[in-house]
Write a protein that binds this ligand. Structure first.
Ligand SMILES: Cc1cc2nc3c(=O)[nH]c(=O)nc-3n(C[C@H](O)[C@H](O)[C@H](O)COP(=O)(O)OP(=O)(O)OC[C@H]3O[C@@H](n4cnc5c(N)ncnc54)[C@H](O)[C@@H]3O)c2cc1C
Length: 377
């Protein structure tokens, strides 16, 4: 019987496991280490967070990215290459004594006493608490219009580690966010002829250290803010996230852009994808990459048992999100959510790695508090 089982070994899961080690809690961290960042993202992309704010948390502020750089001789730069972030995460895990159980959770349920977690390797573990830190991979969203195209003609940005298979091909990239710009830049570098198509009148560039610090601070106060301010702030984490400025040079003047247009029709013709745009244009592409992001939705998590799912209270008017307490605990005692699934209750900060410290500290101390009160009674 473990104090806590953490599902997902990405930045949130690793931070939580590190805090469990430091606080003497028994734990299982289940998931392949940094799998999403290693196998589902373009290998030569940059991370948008400025490197000074890329910090895995520690109660005494040890194991910073600067310490990692010094000890391993890794140069730090803005923007930070993805592999440096992955190496830093794994170094932090190793230095703080985090152990991984590299399996996939296939089922979680709760009986009267505790949680039972089963994995794809046939293991079964029991715990007093479970933290779901499974990221966004279960939530990729493709608008209905594109679902009629075969997968050889249309795909989501998720899962591309490079774009070399599109060399010499015409590819439409739909969207005007970070992932659309990233895909367009990397397609261009891979020798594809990419065309960006989006609704906005012009791309919005932004981000940078100051904005990220503000976003991190919001995470500390969001939970206790009045409803109308929360509503405005939640917008920051979704519709209005700008494209990181460093991407401008890889796209502007290199990739054709069709702004201010919507897609009115999508069909398959002679092995190509045909797009009909609101400006009257009709064009054919070898492939369409849809950069439409992720729709976070608790019901789409494949591993939480139906009875358990139904007993989790939801956010009013946004029932795809669990309603969480200040401690990130759901209405099911002992069941916590970290990362994107906590972003409605706790704010947009938690869609990003900026929320690691607050999450790891808060959940760990909540678990310790409950454990102590149970020990006393
Ligand atoms: C292309 C891209 C670029 C991004 N860039 C940034 C950035 O620069 N800065 C930033 O702050 N955020 C960025 N993000 C957002 C990013 O996803 C989060 O900040 C960060 O990964 C959140 O950490 P996490 O631990 O919640 O999720 P993840 O990193 O996704 O980790 C969760 C892990 O859980 C695993 N998992 C899922 N289901 C199971 C299961 N059943 N059993 C076991 N394991 C499971 C997943 O495979 C994954 O490895 C980016 C996202 C994308 C898609």
């Amino acid at each position: 019987m473990f104090d806590v089982i953490i599902i997902g070994a990405g930045p949130y899961g690793i931070s939580l496991a590190s805090y469990a080690v430091q606080q003497g809690l028994s734990y299982k961290l289940i998931g392949h280490p940094m799998d999403f960042w290693k196998t589902q993202m373009p290998q030569n992309m940059f991370i948008r967070t400025p490197y000074e704010l890329v910090q895995f948390p520690h109660p005494r502020n040890k194991f910073s990215i600067q310490q990692f750089a010094k000890e391993t001789g890794t140069p730090l730069s803005d923007p930070l290459p993805r592999p440096v972030f992955v190496d830093y995460a794994l170094w932090y895990a190793q230095r703080t004594g985090v152990a991984f159980t590299a399996e996939l959770v296939i089922h979680v349920n709760k009986n009267a006493e505790h949680f039972v977690v089963e994995t794809d390797q046939g293991s079964s573990f029991e715990a007093q608490n479970v933290v779901v830190a499974a990221g966004v991979r279960h939530f990729k969203y493709i608008p209905g219009l594109f679902r009629n195209l075969s997968s050889s003609l249309a795909s989501h940005t998720l899962g591309y580690t490079d774009f070399n298979l599109f060399k010499g091909k015409r590819v439409a990239v739909i969207g005007s966010g970070q992932s659309a710009w990233e895909a367009a830049a990397l397609l261009h570098q891979a020798g594809a002829s990419a065309e960006l198509i989006y609704r906005r009148e012009r791309p919005v560039y932004g981000g940078g250290k100051y904005q990220e610090i503000v976003l991190r601070s919001i995470g500390n106060i969001f939970f206790s803010l009045p409803h109308f301010i929360k509503k405005k702030l939640l917008h920051i984490g979704t519709a209005t996230v700008p494209i990181a400025r460093f991407l401008r040079q890889y796209v502007e003047g290199k990739v054709n852009q069709h702004s201010g247009v919507t897609i009115e029709g999508v069909s398959e013709a002679n092995g190509k994808a045909q797009l009909r745009l609101s400006n009257g244009r009709k064009d054919y592409f070898d492939h369409v990459i849809v950069a439409s992001g992720y729709n976070i939705n608790l019901d789409k998590l494949p591993f939480i048992g139906n009875n358990l799912k139904q007993s989790i209270s939801r956010e009013e008017g946004h029932d795809v999100f669990p309603k969480l307490h200040a401690s990130f605990e759901s209405s099911v005692p002992g069941l916590y959510f970290a990362g994107p699934l906590s972003a409605h209750s706790h704010g947009p900060t938690f869609r990003f790695i900026l929320g690691l410290k607050k999450t790891a500290e808060t959940i760990t101390f909540a678990i310790i508090k409950t454990k102590k009160s149970k020990d006393v009674s």
